[in-house]
Design a protein around this ligand. Sequence first.
Ligand code: MG
Ligand code: ZN
Length: 214
Amino acid sequence: MVDIVVMRAISSDNEAHAKEVRKALDRNKVAGLNLISSPGSGKTTLLVKTIQDNPGLKFGVIEGDVYTSRDAERIEKTGAPSVQLNTEGSCHLTASMIETVLPKLDLTKLDYLMVENIGNLICPSAFSLGVHKRVVLLSTAEGSDKVLKYPQAFNTADVVLITKMDIADVVDFDVKIVEDDLKAVNPKIEPWRVSAVTGEGLDRWYDWLKGLHA
Ligand code: MG
Ligand code: ZN
């Protein structure tokens, strides 16, 4: 059974809650990641694939969704512990939500806490969750123009993954535009191309993940 917690966003000191989350993660040597993207860009698919391909790494997952526990059910099938966080209308996760559901995961048994944020490229990037890294996904199906349309999502990213590279040609996706736009908003990084279907680029993603624990 998927553990479901329903929480609405309440205004509070987000940074104070983020500090508490970070303390709990650091105390247990857990690397925390905040996954941000539009709906349908493949966050859950990438998580499932990442968990399945790396049996030696211990992942725990917080699945943020406005409604339903469908994504947490997909994670649960991998055997990784997961919690579904339903925001009932709120379009982003807050640090207070993470702090509240964190005790449902046994951090002493985890290497990574993967937080799948609510699917949108606007407000999730405005709220720190207390985790260590921010990963932004952009699928080829969404088109090449999103970086400049949602710069705040991309300029705070530690890693940008272009997902669904296997269908890039079919949907006429231009990687060069994303690379150039990202140079303008976040020159420290370049986008990594991945496909959960063909496996393209996943080794680099996995190596980066492992590096967070080195
Ligand atoms: Mg999902
Ligand atoms: Zn929001």
